[in-house]
Write a protein of this length. Structure first.
Length: 113
């Protein structure tokens, strides 16, 4: 069972059409989904940017409050969540405006022919 401690203060909504993604609702009616890959990425930011993590969570809340219906997905080209009238955002849509970036340490092979 996946724990969503960051969103424990919100109402968790069951959606039988999207059983692998958590849906949450604010008391004011805004709803959002968190896909497992997004949560993993979010926790990666929590582990690497502890001091800025509250900013990331505040940004998520601001995005949901502004847009009303949001899916936070691991990959917007191939989301797990199937819903209409929601916007789909990836972790970089949340963190880049805060100037918190993923460092891509992958590089080509050092072995040449």
């Amino acid at each position: 069972m996946i724990e969503y401690e960051e969103f424990a203060n919100l109402t968790k909504v069951e959606d039988k059409e999207n059983p692998f993604c958590a849906k949450f609702a604010y008391p004011t009616g805004e709803t959002f989904y968190i896909e497992p890959v997004f949560l993993t990425q979010l926790h990666g930011f929590r582990d690497h940017y502890k001091d800025r993590y509250p900013e990331i969570l505040a940004r998520i809340e601001a995005i949901v409050k502004k847009n009303k219906r949001v899916v936070f997905t691991g990959n917007f080209e191939c989301p797990q969540t199937e819903v209409e009238d929601y916007i789909f955002l990836e972790i970089t849509d949340v963190t880049d405006p805060l100037q918190i970036y993923v460092e891509d340490k992958s590089r080509g092979s050092d072995y040449g022919d």
